[in-house]
Every structure is written in structure tokens, then in C-alpha cells.
Design a protein around this ligand. Structure first.
Ligand code: APR
Length: 314
């Protein structure tokens, strides 16, 4: 068995940070691809030059040529245009307004990747996330279990961070899950949130909990408001966590955007649900028993996703 290989498409903020963590964890050799070839080559070289210091054995290559990506085990797709402030109006476009631009980019990337790595698992990061999963699925023609979206990993991480901050306890002891689409209608589940097994509602008021849920829903926007562009550390951490589960066949349970075919009552729609991730990609969807309120929230979130998917024109 040779070394594992991960391609990261998009050598921007999220993509290059994915490469950093893959190298730091010595998970796989990395090919960074970008239409701006200098960025891909330069960042791969810079990072390779860090490996003697890190003491990590990882090959890093940058290119705009997909031939370099051949036979990757996992391909993380971050190519796209992030949310940026319009210099004239000072307004931020919504995630969903980026749909057409990023459809063209992700479509082209998925076709190229599929040509050279027909057996890879694709981890989609480009936004609007759930819609871009549909694009990658359609254009790669891969089976759905090998096209998975990174959203729940990030949304759940944000949710856990805020709970840990509120209670002044370790992030390691927070357990919880966020379902639904990666948008303002995502579905954090307080009933399934605990601190070392203690239900979160025993530890904070309903008012504080609802404030944390609201902050989680707006977590992406909070960072955009501070920096002016969308986040990269937490999104990259989420994507690399998923890649690691796949590369090491860990069977991790990570909330992921998965094409549902009947589960939770949805058909042919990418929705964020708990998924078992292993070498086969999405090996299983776990169906939670949701109450009526949670079902209603998931329905609202899924409706928001299908509205964006409709824009794709498939
Ligand atoms: N092929 C390859 N790379 C491309 C293409 C393409 N067709 N089009 C754009 N890119 C590259 C850009 O050149 C840039 O380097 O994608 C990279 C995107 O990087 P950033 O602009 O820094 O964006 P980033 O913050 O990394 O976010 C990427 O992830 O979280 C999502 O919303 C975010 O959709 C966005 C994506």
C-alpha cells in the first residue's frame, strides 16, 4: 500500500490551511491546485520548506495541471469565490448569491478531478455548500456516497466552541450536533447536546442556550464582519477531520452534507445529517429520532437548500 494522496483544489485561505493541517498531521501527500498557478506552486513550496522544521514526511506539490492529481484518495474542493464586501455598496452578498459563479467553477473542477481520480472521495467545501454538492455529484458522475459536503463539522464546531466559552469548560467535553443545510436555517439540537454527558439544559438557562444557537447560525457572518472575508481555520479543520476519517477508515460519526434518498423523509437532496465516514466515503446515514419541533426546523432548512438547488437548473 503506497502513501495516501489528497488533492486540495483552491489554494486560497481554506485550501492552503487544509494543506497545512494535512501536513502537520502527516496524513497524506498533498497536491494543491489553483487556476492561479503561482499561488498553488508557491504555497506548496513554502509549506514543503516547513516540513523539515515540523519533522513531517509529506510531499507537497502545487499545480494548475490536473494530471498531477491522478489517483488521489480524497479531493477537497474549496475553489470558488468567497463572500466579500462590495467595495462600492459596502454590502456582503449572501451565500446563495454566489451560486451561479461557484456552480461554473465547481462544475469544471469536478469534471477534471473525476477524469484523473475516478475512485476518489470528494469533500466539498465551496459555498453555497449544499448546492455545490449537487454540482459536484452531477459533474463528477460519482456515486453519491463518494461526494460529501463539509458543513456540519464546521457548524457543530462553532456550536461547541460557544458552549465551552459560555461554561468555561474544555471544548473536548462538549458533545453536540448541528443538522440541516449550511445556512441561517441550520438546526442545532440542544436535546442532543451535553457536557461530559450532562444535558446542556441543566447547565445554562434557555435564554443563554438560544443566544448560542443564534450565534451558531450566524457564525459565518460574524467572522466575515470581523475580517471582511469568510473564515478559513475552522472550515479547514472540519474538512481535514472528514478527510482523515476517510483516509484512515475511521468510521467517524460526523454531521455531513449527504444526498438523502428517503432518509428523514427527503429525496434527492443534500442535507446535513450524521454520517459514518470511512474509506468508502459516506458508509451510512444515521437516522435520529427527531421530535416535531426538530422536524419542522429541518424542513425549513431543507426548503432553503432546495430553493438554492433550484437555481442550478438541473
Ligand atoms: N479552479 C481552481 N481554482 C479556482 C478556480 C478554478 N476554476 N476558481 C477559483 N479558484 C481559486 C481561487 O484562485 C482562489 O485561490 O479558489 C481559491 C479560493 O480561495 P479564497 O478566495 O481564498 O476563498 P476561501 O476563503 O478559501 O473560500 C473558498 O470555501 O468556505 C468556502 O465560501 C467559501 O466558497 C468559498 C470557498
Amino acid at each position: 500500500m503506497g502513501r495516501k494522496k489528497v488533492t486540495v483544489v483552491g489554494a486560497g485561505n481554506v485550501g492552503s490551511t487544509c494543506a497545512v493541517w494535512i501536513a502537520a498531521k502527516e496524513l497524506a501527500d498533498v497536491v494543491l491546485v489553483d487556476i492561479v498557478e503561482g499561488a498553488a506552486k508557491g504555497k506548496a513550496l513554502d509549506l514543503f520548506e516547513a516540513t523539515p522544521v515540523l519533522g513531517k514526511d509529506v510531499k507537497l506539490v502545487g499545480s494548475k495541471d490536473y494530471a498531477e492529481t491522478a489517483n488521489s484518495d480524497v479531493v477537497i474542493i474549496t475553489a470558488g469565490v468567497p463572500r466579500k464586501k462590495d467595495p462600492v455598496t459596502g454590502q456582503f452578498p449572501s451565500r446563495d448569491e454566489l451560486v451561479k459563479t461557484n456552480q461554473a467553477i465547481v462544475g469544471e473542477v469536478a469534471r477534471e478531478v473525476a477524469k484523473y481520480s475516478p475512485d476518489a472521495v470528494l469533500v466539498i467545501v465551496s459555498n453555497p455548500l449544499d448546492a455545490m454538492c449537487h454540482v459536484a455529484l452531477n459533474e463528477s458522475k460519482f456515486p453519491a456516497h463518494r461526494v460529501v459536503g463539509m458543513a456540519g463539522a464546521l457548524d457543530t464546531a462553532r456550536y461547541k466552541s460557544f458552549i465551552a466559552m459560555e461554561l468555561g469548560v474544555s471544548v473536548k467535553d462538549i458533545h453536540g450536533i448541528v443538522l440541516g443545510g449550511h445556512g441561517d436555517e441550520m438546526v442545532p439540537l440542544p436535546r442532543h447536546t451535553s457536557v461530559a454527558g450532562i444535558p446542556v439544559r441543566e447547565l445554562m438557562s434557555e435564554e443563554r442556550l438560544q443566544a448560542i444557537i443564534e450565534r451558531t447560525r450566524k457564525g459565518g457572518g460574524e467572522i466575515v464582519g470581523l475580517i471582511g472575508v469568510s473564515a478559513w481555520y475552522a472550515p479547514a479543520a472540519g474538512a481535514v477531520d472528514m478527510a482523515e476519517a476517510i483516509l484512515k477508515d475511521q468510521k467517524r460519526v460526523i454531521p455531513s452534507a449527504v444526498l438523502l434518498n428517503g432518509q428523514y423523509g427527503y429525496n434527492n437532496l443534500y442535507v446535513g445529517v450524521p454520517a459514518v465516514l470511512g474509506s468508502g466515503g459516506v458508509e451510512k446515514v444515521i437516522e435520529m429520532q427527531l421530535n416535531d419541533e426538530e422536524k419542522a426546523m429541518l424542513a425549513k432548512s431543507s426548503k432553503a437548500v432546495s430553493d438554492v438547488v433550484a437555481v442550478l437548473g438541473y
